[in-house]
Design a binder for this molecule. Structure first.
Ligand SMILES: CCCCCCCCCCCC(=O)SCCNC(=O)CCNC(=O)[C@H](O)C(C)(C)COP(=O)(O)OP(=O)(O)OC[C@H]1O[C@@H](n2cnc3c(N)ncnc32)[C@H](O)[C@@H]1OP(=O)(O)O
Length: 223
């Protein structure tokens, strides 16, 4: 890979700065610049197909026969993937920071435009599998996006590994599906291990939701 994304650049410098600290076996480990070749060059395409599958499942009215057929095919695929299951630290899903949402299938697919101590700017699109009702994103999915991208801003802003203590989301307007939205998250202030964060989610000029959260910097070894 010749060009690094903003998140890769920041994660690399974060990992370098953390290199002298005691190895952290708890929380989220700071070794972000790990092998981005895991899963191979088509891993992102694989994750995208999984997301498309979830969209199709959410939208489908399948016949009894089609349900049976899909079950049989899924059983074959699940058995193949079960053979290559590995621990969370080495699985590419969630660790491929070169891919949308780090290749994590449970996150709404986002692209980070800018990430650093000042905060994170990302674009994300909720889609059919995130449906709450009437073409709007499920509020829990909005909270997932805030949690992850505020956690990222918290980690980069505090140069530490943080966990969410509380997260308050205010839903201001419908969050549409299949629309590119902008999420911004930033550290508001820090008090010792307490990292207070804020975030906004916009559809153009419309504020869809905003959040404030407290993330706690973990002590070495803390789960
Ligand atoms: C580059 C790639 C990046 C990649 C970035 C990837 C980002 C992923 C982000 C995902 C983040 C998550 O979802 S994390 C998963 C969801 N969260 C969790 O499971 C956390 C569960 N809770 C816990 O583990 C714990 O309660 C902690 C760690 C949050 C805090 O425990 P602790 O470490 O023992 O700290 P504790 O002494 O209790 O509290 C420290 C201070 O915070 C205050 N405090 C603690 N909790 C609260 C609270 N809910 N509300 C108010 N205040 C609180 C205390 O009063 C105290 O204040 P004072 O007396 O000092 O004033």
């Amino acid at each position: 890979m010749t060009q690094k994304s903003p998140l890769q650049k920041t994660a690399t410098s974060f990992a370098e700065e953390s290199a002298d600290e005691p190895h952290h076996e708890g929380g989220f480990r700071p070794d972000f610049d790990i092998d981005l070749t895991r899963g191979g060059p088509r891993y992102g395409e694989f994750i995208e197909e999984v997301r498309t599958f979830m969209d199709r499942v959410k939208a489908a009215l399948p016949s009894e026969e089609l349900v049976a057929e899909v079950i049989d095919e899924l059983k074959v695929l699940n058995a193949k993937l079960d053979e290559v299951a590995i621990d969370e630290w080495r699985a590419p899903s969630g660790g491929r920071i070169d891919l949308p949402a780090r290749g994590n299938i449970t996150l709404p697919p986002y692209e980070v435009d800018d990430a650093g101590e000042e905060g994170v700017h990302a674009r994300l699109t909720f889609r059919r599998y995130h449906l709450g009702g009437n073409n709007a994103a499920h509020g829990g999915q909005v909270a997932v996006a805030f949690d992850d991208l505020m956690g990222m801003a918290g980690a980069l802003g505090s140069k530490g590994i943080t966990r969410t203590a509380y997260l308050t989301v205010n839903y201001r307007a419908i969050t549409p599906l299949d629309t590119e939205l902008k999420l911004r998250s930033w550290v508001d202030r820090m008090e010792g291990r307490k990292v207070f964060l804020r975030a906004t989610l916009h559809n153009g000029e419309t504020l869809c939701a905003e959040a404030d959260g407290l993330f706690i910097k973990l002590k070495p070894g803390q789960p």
